[in-house]
Design a protein around this ligand. Structure first.
Ligand SMILES: NC(=O)c1ccc[n+]([C@@H]2O[C@H](COP(=O)([O-])OP(=O)(O)OC[C@H]3O[C@@H](n4cnc5c(N)ncnc54)[C@H](OP(=O)(O)O)[C@@H]3O)[C@@H](O)[C@H]2O)c1
Length: 297
């Protein structure tokens, strides 16, 4: 198959490109940076260098593909007043226009757990809007991939572990939270791309392991030589002011705090538990080794 991937050599798209190339497919990887071309070609894929904001470029990168993988890059947390909704709406409308103009018939789109929610999902409302825009496309088979929280989010807690000796957030303690590795997400996407489901619209959740936050703290703690590491619960207001103290955009922080409050209440995972996937292969103990390397840098 001819397959075009957005997401460059990012967390999901790199293992996805490797897997699809190994399976014998002709893979094109979109990156915004010309210097990425040689690394993409080294994987056995073709590079399409250009920007997701450029519809004619996207149309030509999608043209002739049997299937495409679309993803919206993560928000710029450090840019003051970054308007996530405006940015994500623009990008998803670009995808929709390029899909129609290129006449691609099979799309696997990266969304998120929480995209079913109409309120209390914080920044994830942007993923819900994206699903809505793409769902309106005619004559296109679309799978929405809804991963749970990525293991790499845990890296955000390194300053707290170093400064206060514990993890702290407005979810935590004994909250049961599902986690996922981008490697398991890539495996699900790869299978989905090459298996025509003949379903007009489909939603697939992806998760690797379900753990309480204190279990997460114990596993990370063991990996970094702090076996008594704990995960404290703090209030929404305490978290908002701590994140703002790191210079993060106030608007985005409010969206994160609201999303995490729903993780704490369990509302965020209601649809996930109703449509629970088989868990993936990469467990937190595996990821903890990578976490420890970054922690010790
Ligand atoms: N973190 C979570 O818990 C979680 C949970 C559910 C869903 N998600 C979603 O997962 C996605 C992130 O996936 P990921 O970690 O695989 O992403 P990632 O590693 O951050 O990869 C995104 C890549 O896209 C490329 N890119 C960025 N802006 C571009 C542009 N304007 N034009 C062309 N390419 C551009 C960049 O590569 P170049 O520099 O080479 O262009 C970047 O490395 C987000 O949509 C997020 O909302 C995250």
């Amino acid at each position: 198959m001819k397959i075009t991937l957005t997401g460059s050599l990012g967390n999901i798209s790199k293992p996805l490109a490797i897997e699809l190339v190994q399976k014998g497919h002709t893979v094109t990887v979109i990156s915004s940076k010309a210097e990425r071309q040689k690394d993409i070609e080294a994987l056995g894929a073709k590079a399409a260098i250009g920007n997701l904001e450029d519809v004619p470029f996207l149309t030509s990168a999608f043209k002739g593909a049997d299937a495409i993988y679309t993803m919206i890059p993560p928000p710029h947390f450090g840019v003051p007043n970054f308007d996530l909704m405006e940015n994500w709406n623009k990008l998803v409308n670009n995808f929709a226009e390029a899909i129609q103009k290129s006449e691609v018939k099979r799309v696997v789109h990266l969304s998120s757990v929480g995209a079913d929610m109409t309120k209390n999902s914080g920044i994830i409302i942007g993923h819900r809007n994206a699903e809505f825009v793409l769902s309106k496309l005619q004559n296109v088979e679309i799978t929405f991939i809804r991963p749970v929280g990525f293991y790499y989010n845990l890296l955000l807690f390194i300053p707290a572990i170093k400064n206060r000796g514990s993890i702290a957030s407005n979810y935590g303690s004994d909250d049961l939270i599902p986690w996922v590795s981008p490697i398991d997400i890539a495996a699900t996407i790869s299978t989905e791309i090459i298996t025509s489901t003949l379903a007009h619209r489909k939603v697939l959740y992806v998760a690797s392991e379900e753990l309480t936050c204190n279990e997460v703290a114990s596993i990370l703690g063991a990996a970094i030589g702090k076996p008594d590491l704990k995960w404290d619960l703090i209030t929404n207001e305490q978290l908002q002011s701590a994140y703002e103290g790191f210079g993060m955009s106030k608007l985005l922080v409010a969206g994160l705090v609201e999303m995490q409050a729903s993780m704490h209440s369990g509302e965020f995972y209601r649809d996930y538990y109703l449509n629970k996937p088989e868990l993936g292969k990469v467990k937190l103990k595996d990821y903890a080794k990578e976490f420890a390397v970054v922690y010790n840098k």
